[in-house]
Design a protein around this ligand. Sequence first.
Ligand SMILES: [Ca+2]
Ligand SMILES: [Ca+2]
Length: 135
Amino acid sequence: MKPELKKRAPVVFLLCISLFAAGTILSTEEFMNKLPVHERFRCALCHTTSLPDPSNKGLNTFGTDFVGNGAKWDQTLANLDSDGDGYKNGLEIGDEDGDGTPSVTRERSNPGDPLGTPSSLDEHTWGVIKKLFEE
Ligand SMILES: [Ca+2]
Ligand SMILES: [Ca+2]
């Protein structure tokens, strides 16, 4: 390898890695925009981490069902209970009939997290309750 090329190799390598990471983030954003609501959980709606990157972009059960449904939100996906918590995806996302028109501005709970259900308290509500007992 020519010395000039050898010097540039790390820069080219970093550029390739950056482009790959940017591509992954853009893909996630593109898929996320196909869901009627994605304000609260963002990437964690479909991924096992809230910050997916090329080394960890694993899908959760809802993400797997979403991809299996042709990466589209519809009645079929809304009627599934991807995480098996007893609540259909449509109820958790906030678009019960899957028509793409949500009844909420933020997801009720994560359809890919069996520990998060519409009946579980969010951090804000829990904070308000805790504060009542502290006063
Ligand atoms: Ca569920
Ligand atoms: Ca859930």
